[in-house]
Design a protein around this ligand. Sequence first.
Ligand code: ATP
Length: 335
Amino acid sequence: MDSPAGGDKVISLSGLTKVFNEHVVAVDHLDLTISRGQIFGLLGPNGAGKTTTIRMLLGLVIPTSGSIEVFGQRLRPGADVLARVGAMVEDPSFVPHLSGIENLRQWWRYGGQPLREAHVEEALAVAGLGDDVFRKVRTYSHGMRQRLGIAQALLCNPDLLVLDEPTNGLDPAQIRELRQVFWRLSERGTTVMISSHLLAEVEQSCTHVGVMNRGKIVTAGAVDTLVGGSEVAYVEVDDAERARAVLAATAGVASVNPEGDGLSVALDGTDRPTVVASLVHAGVAVRTVTARHRLEDAFLQLLSSPTAQGPDDRGRGAYPQQTPGAAAGTTVAAS
Ligand code: ATP
């Protein structure tokens, strides 16, 4: 799917790199463009560099090199453009003995802005909390807290909403509701960027995706395009070497890559039955054949790769809770 609003750039990352402690390369020369109205999913396994990318985007972590443009402006500490960005990074924290609405009001005042400028009604309508906003937050379910966190990020009526793993801990019904929130926002022209380690979530919630591993984007594009279009077959055979040779000579096979116990075979102009017939005809026994689309294939290949995870050095001490350059509506985990 193309950008609903004709492709005006909202986020432009160019050569973005973050190295922690001089040797942990969390984000590695990342190039990425996100356009207006897209619901963009940054998809990757744990340690891929998603949170670090989001924190840099919000001015919470200073990049080692590269550039970030948001709404056409170069992002610098304290950049005005961050006033147009709402965000939730990790689990939001609230004052438990205050109601949801009191928490929102207090948080807004704490930012030094007059309450009349907060878009409370709109934020609550989008987050869909109903009368629950009048209950004390200590009685909230995890899903309600997530939605209150999203309402908080929406108080500034952002043109860009950035959420780090927003469905963590939510049940399927809550995830469905959150998806509807994203669609409502996208319809009104707000750009949404989320991170996730769940393929199905990104497939169902997002219009666009960037698959990330070891600090790099390995596949990106419109979800419709990556899910439709050319097919990939995953096969398990008795003789992988021979199968590779046979498939390399089969018309319509674009590529063959080893994956786990089998082979990932990208098809471009042929189909699965033909691939199986070629193998069987050449005396290769086929144990398993599974159909996949390109997004699934990219993600599953990445998960099966021994290098999928990031480096082991996972020290978190360097994260500031909030810097002067952080986005206006940023909710940052207290942990
Ligand atoms: P997760 O969902 O597990 O948080 P992620 O894709 O969001 O994964 P990041 O949290 O961005 O990944 O981490 C990317 C890499 O950078 C990991 O190897 C992590 O250990 C490392 N890293 C992140 N923050 C720091 C830090 N403050 N100091 C040192 N290394 C860090």
